[in-house]
Design a protein around this ligand. Sequence first.
Ligand code: SF4
Length: 365
Amino acid sequence: MSAARVSPPRIIRVEAAVAEAPIMADLRSRLPGARIEVVERMPEARQRDSEVLEVVSFKGQFLKSCPGTRHYLCCGYQILNFGIQCTLGCTYCILQAYLNQPNLRIFGNIHETLDGVDTELRSHPERLYRIGTGEFTDSMLLDPWTGLSRRLVPFFARQGNAVLELKTKTDFIENLEDLDHNGHTIVAWSLNSGFVRAREESLTAGIGARLDAARRCASWGYKLAFHFDPMIEHEDWKAGYARTVDRLFEAVDPSLVVWISLGAFRFMPDLKAAVQANHPGSRILCGEFIRGLDQKNRYFRDIRVEMYSFMVEKIRRVDPDLRVYLCMEGRDVWRESFGFSPEEMGGLPAMLDRAVAERMKISVT
Ligand code: SF4
């Protein structure tokens, strides 16, 4: 089993405003050999320095809606941003084209952010919040050194109307073992075929290591989720994805899985040049794409429907009640892949809220 390949930062560059923040105490104790550099304002880096972790004071919005578009059905997820960038180097990673800031960066004032989240959740007790942290980085990539999960999981354990989803391609779960999560945290892994994992995401934990981590989290009482996203077309893709689904259900009891999402590979046109420059051996751009309503390139609809239908059928054979959903697809693709459109079931956010109610026993009504 291969673990995720990440080196600990050797330099922690921190803005003065957050130099004494609680997360710095964690970094100091977990990275005792790292050099701490305090700066008034974080200098703009032009090239990645893989030895540096930047800690800044974040001024932006603490919770924001997942960037769905009006053209496709969105799951109504909220993102709690705690940092940006990732060193796992997946060839398809959107961050290559998206961020102009190359170094790993975390927000040193996350403790203030949690105060703001607390206020928001209390002001809408009638609403169930599904909150994730991994939009601009991997949720657990830096956890061995920040110990951030040890703040987030107990915080969400106290929130009656929220669940936290920590989404990762690592096996960095050690901090989760002894936490009192109160059943409010879902630990989630992105999965792929073995072929895609080996070729396109080779620094991440292997599929076996991810599933072993999932099995251990389940033994600690956490609920689980999985995301087959991006699904990439390749020779024998059906056999490759079927094998991963089989391994998934050999590793964990399906009743502990709150949801599984599916998303075929899609990309903004800007990503193409970045992939060609950064990953010349990648095969992800092979194949034909069409421009979607959101301006992203995606596989032809027939291919997407074939991928989704294949996976839905495979998962339903194991657990017909397990909530499977599509990320950023229209109602026609839903109908062809599932036999229904989310609107017929009250909408995608309501479907996912029901999955939380059924599998986590958490609801606001
Ligand atoms: S793990 Fe996620 S954030 Fe990190 S490189 Fe891969 S796709 Fe990007």
